[in-house]
Design a protein around this ligand. Structure first.
Ligand code: FAD
Ligand code: NAP
Length: 495
C-alpha cells in the first residue's frame, strides 16, 4: 500500500536506531501468556507472536508495506503462518528487534547437565548470585537473558543503569570461554560461560543507552537450536568490586610502528576479531610481554591515531585498532623489548583501568592540560573529545613540558590544531633548551601556572588535567591547590 511520507523502510530503521522505547517496557523482556497476548489486539496496542517471540507492532503499523489491515489480521495472536505465507524471507528479527516484548510462556524444562539457573526455553532474568551485603552497598545487580534465531544467539544484559555505552562492556571469546564484562561504576558484572555450541569469530555489540540494555549478537557456526547457552564458568553472573577482579588479557597483533620523535613511537595494535574493547577516555591498559621467561606488565595510555585526522573520533562499534605513543628507554626493561617486536608479532593487552570520568566534562567552559613528556598521552583523547563533543567549551590550553624541542611529541600537529580551532592554544616549556629557543623555559612553577591558568570568566567551570613523571604531577597538584583551585577542578593522573 502507499505509505505516508516519512514512513519508508529507511525511516523505520532510523526510528529503531533512535533509542526510543518502542515496546513501552523500557527494554525489559517479559513472558507472555496466551491470555495476555489476546488482550493486545487493537491498532494502538497490537502484539503479534512470530515463532514464539512476541512483538509490539503498533509503532510499525504505518511503516508496514502490506498496510495496517494486513498486520491487524494477526493482532493478539500467533501470526507465524500468515507471516510465512506472505514474506518468510523478510528478516523480521532484525527489523522488529526494538519491538520485541518477550516470549510465549511455556512450561519450563529442567536443565539436565547444566547448573545454570535458567529455564531452557523462556527463562527470563536469572537470579544473580550477588551476595546480599554487596548488593546493598554497590549498584543494583544487572541481570541477563538470551534468545536465539536459526542463525543468531543474542545475549541481553540489563544493566539497570542509564549511563552505559559501548565502552562499558568488554567481550572476549577465547578458547572455550565466552566472557562479557560490564563495568558499572566501580563494579564489574561478568557473564562467563563455556558456550554449548560453536560460534563464528566476529560478533556485534549494541547498547540501548536510555534503557541501559546491552545486546551481544553471536553468529552460530551451525544453524541448530541451542538448548541452553552453556556451562557457567568462574564468577559467572556476579557483580564484584572492580578492584577485586583480576586483569584479563587478549593477544593483539602489532600492525605498525612509526617514529613520533627521536625516541617515541606510535604503535598500532589490532584486537582479535573475537574481542570487543574500547578504552574509555583518560584510562590506560596494561601491556604484557614475556621477557626472559618472565611475564612483564607495564601501563600505557591509548591515544587516537593522530590529533587531526581523527579530530572527530569515529564511533565505529567494535573498533579494532588501539594506538599508543611509547617512549623507548634504551636502559629500560619493557620498552626496548617492545621496540624489537616485528610487525605481526603479538602483545597481550589488558582491560582498561583508571578513574577519569567523562562526567567531569559536563558544562565545562575552560579546560587546562598540563603534560610532561609522555604524560601527554592521556591528553590526546581528552583534547579530541572535548573539542568535538563539549558544546559549552570556550577554551582549551595545553602547557607541554619537555627537555628539548626534539622531545616534543606531535608538535606540528598541535600547532596545526591551534591554527584550525581558535578555542585551542598550546604553550611549550623546555627544561634543557638550546640558546635559540624563544619560548618558555624551566620547570612547572607557581609563576608559570598563575599566568597560564586564566579563567574565561570569573565563574567559568574549569577542569585542569595534569600528567607526567610522578614528582611533576604531585608538585603540580600542590601548586594548583595553592592557587585555590578546588579538588573537583583538578584531575591528576597519579596511577
Ligand atoms: P624502566 O625499566 O622502568 O626504566 C625507565 C627508565 O628509568 C630507564 O631510563 C631506566 O634506566 C631508568 N631506571 C629504572 N630503574 C631505575 C632506578 N632504580 N634508578 C634510576 N633509574 C632507573 N609511557 C609511555 O611511553 N606511553 C604511555 O602512554 C604511558 N602511559 C602510562 C600510563 C600510566 C598509568 C603509567 C603509570 C605509566 C605510563 N607510561 C607510559 C610509563 C610506562 O608505564 C613505563 O614506565 C615506561 O615505558 C618505562 O618502562 P621500561 O620498562 O621500558 O623502563
Ligand atoms: P621526561 O622527558 O623525563 O620529562 C619531561 C619534562 O618534565 C622535562 O622537562 C623534565 O625536566 C620535567 N620533569 C621531570 N621530573 C620533574 C619534576 N620532578 N619536577 C618538575 N619537572 C620535572 O619525561 P618522560 O621520560 O617522558 O616521562 C614521562 C612520565 O610520565 C613517566 O614517568 C610516565 O610513567 C608518566 N606517565 C604517566 C601516565 C599516567 O597516566 N599516570 C601516563 C603517561 C606517562 P628535566 O629536564 O629536569 O628532567
Amino acid at each position: 500500500v502507499p505509505l505516508k511520507q516519512g514512513r519508508s523502510l529507511m525511516d523505520w530503521i532510523r526510528l529503531t536506531k533512535s533509542g526510543k522505547d518502542l515496546t513501552g517496557l523500557k527494554g525489559r523482556l517479559i513472558e507472555v501468556t496466551e491470555e495476555e497476548l489476546k488482550k493486545h489486539n487493537k491498532k494502538d496496542d497490537c502484539w503479534i507472536c512470530i515463532r514464539g517471540f512476541i512483538y509490539n507492532v503498533s509503532p510499525y503499523m504505518e511503516y508496514h508495506p502490506g498496510g495496517e489491515d494486513e498486520l491487524m489480521k494477526a493482532a493478539g495472536s500467533d501470526g507465524t503462518d500468515l507471516f510465512d505465507q506472505v514474506h518468510r524471507w523478510v528478516n523480521y528479527e532484525s527489523m522488529l528487534k526494538e519491538c520485541l516484548v518477550g516470549r510465549m510462556a511455556v512450561k519450563p524444562a529442567v536443565p539436565k547437565d547444566y547448573h545454570e539457573e535458567k529455564k531452557v526455553l523462556n527463562g527470563m532474568l536469572p537470579k544473580s548470585q550477588v551476595p546480599d551485603a554487596l548488593a546493598k552497598e554497590g549498584p543494583v545487580s544487572p541481570s541477563y537473558d538470551w534468545f536465539q534465531t536459526d542463525s543468531l544467539v543474542t545475549i541481553v544484559i540489563y544493566t539497570k543503569q542509564k549511563d552505559v555505552n559501548l565502552d562499558s562492556v568488554i567481550v572476549d571469546h577465547q578458547y572455550d570461554s565466552f566472557r562479557a564484562e560490564t563495568i558499572i561504576k566501580d563494579y564489574s558484572y561478568l557473564i562467563h560461560i563455556e558456550l554449548s555450541h560453536a560460534i563464528q569469530e566476529d560478533f556485534s555489540v549494541r547498547v540501548v543507552a536510555n534503557v541501559g540494555k546491552i545486546e551481544i549478537v553471536l553468529k552460530k557456526k551451525e544453524n541448530t537450536s541451542w538448548e541452553c547457552l552453556g556451562h557457567p564458568l568462574e564468577n559467572h553472573n556476579s557483580l564484584i568490586p572492580k578492584k577485586d577482579t583480576g586483569l584479563y588479557y587478549r593477544r593483539c597483533q602489532l600492525i605498525s610502528k612509526e617514529d613520533a620523535t627521536h625516541d617515541t613511537k606510535l604503535f598500532c595494535l589490532m584486537l582479535p576479531p573475537s574481542t570487543h574493547l574500547q578504552v574509555p577516555i583518560g584510562q590506560h591498559v596494561y601491556l604484557k610481554l614475556t621477557i626472559a621467561g618472565t611475564e612483564i606488565v607495564k601501563p600505557y595510555t591509548p591515544v587516537s591515531a593522530s590529533l587531526l585526522s581523527e579530530f572527530k573520533e569515529p564511533v565505529i562499534p567494535n573498533n579494532k585498532y588501539i594506538y599508543f605513543l611509547i617512549k623507548i628507554y634504551p636502559a629500560g626493561l619493557f620498552t626496548p623489548e617492545l621496540d624489537h617486536l616485528q610487525i605481526g608479532d603479538f602483545v597481550s593487552v589488558s582491560n582498561p583501568e583508571g578513574n577519569f570520568k567523562i562526567s567531569q566534562f559536563q558544562e565545562l567552559e575552560d579546560l587546562f592540560l598540563l603534560a610532561a613528556g609522555t604524560g601527554f598521552t592521556p591528553m590526546v583523547k581528552i583534547l579530541n573529545y572535548a573539542l568535538t563533543n563539549i558544546s559549552s567549551l570556550r577554551k582549551v590550553k595545553l602547557m607541554f613540558f619537555n627537555k628539548t624541542e626534539d622531545d616534543i611529541i606531535w608538535r606540528s600537529q598541535l600547532e596545526k590544531l591551534a591554527f584550525k580551532d581558535k578555542r585551542f592554544d598550546v604553550e611549550f616549556v623546555l627544561s634543557k633548551p638550546t640558546s635559540e629557543w624563544n619560548g618558555k623555559r624551566g620547570h612547572i612553577s607557581l609563576d608559570l601556572l598563575s599566568e597560564f591558568l586564566k579563567r574565561s570568566s570569573d565563574k567559568s567551570k574549569v577542569l585542569i588535567c595534569i600528567c607526567g613523571p610522578m614528582p611533576f604531577t604531585e608538585q603540580g597538584m600542590r601548586m594548583l591547590h595553592d592557587l585555590n583551585f578546588s579538588k573537583d577542578e583538578i584531575h591528576g593522573f597519579t596511577a
